[in-house]
Design a protein around this ligand. Structure first.
Ligand code: HEC
Length: 140
């Protein structure tokens, strides 16, 4: 049983090397335009096919707590690159640091391959404290 990270890396490697023949054996075809045209939309499409039910349920940015705050804006900027916008109340303040660290590793890894923006140290702090402030067990 491969881990989801392994699957992600294999999937991305196939995309990046343009091995479309191998991908053709998957039930779903590549997005039209293929690798060269891989923008954020295509990234999210691919994620949905590969990760399906592991992805978070999405909400609208306007429904975020404190929607005008920098935390909300940065969460929306960085965390919708691969899947829909995750609600801060999805996890407790115990869980978020671990989930965030997993996502952060992904963003760092994938920013080296291009197409994904990974947060600066300052943005990391802002996003994580925003998530903790509005976590499922937060008092607000
Ligand atoms: C580089 C692509 C990518 C980015 C950017 C990304 N994620 Fe994810 N996310 C994934 C993948 C792939 C999964 C499914 C596998 C998993 O849970 O690790 C996932 C799953 C999730 C889940 C559901 C699983 C769980 O443990 O609850 C949450 C919540 C989540 N991401 C939050 C975030 C947040 C918050 C950010 C921004 C800080 C973010 N993601 C940015 C790829 C990404």
């Amino acid at each position: 049983m491969m881990t989801s990270n392994t699957r992600l890396i294999i999937g991305l490697t196939l995309l990046l090397t343009g091995v479309t023949g191998l991908l053709a054996i998957r039930s779903n075809p590549m997005p039209a335009g293929g690798m060269g045209m891989m923008g954020q939309g295509n990234m999210k499409e691919m994620m949905k096919r590969m990760m399906g039910d592991q992805l978070p349920p999405g909400i609208d940015a306007a429904d975020l707590p404190d929607p005008q705050s920098q935390g909300a804006l940065l969460l929306t900027r960085y965390c919708t690159q691969c899947h829909d916008l995750p609600p801060p109340a999805l996890h407790t303040s115990d869980e978020w640091p671990k989930v965030f660290a997993r996502m952060d590793r992904r963003m760092t890894m994938m920013s080296r391959m291009g197409s994904i923006l990974s947060p600066t140290d300052q943005d990391r702090l802002i996003i994580l404290s925003y998530l903790l402030r509005h976590a499922a067990d937060a008092s607000e």
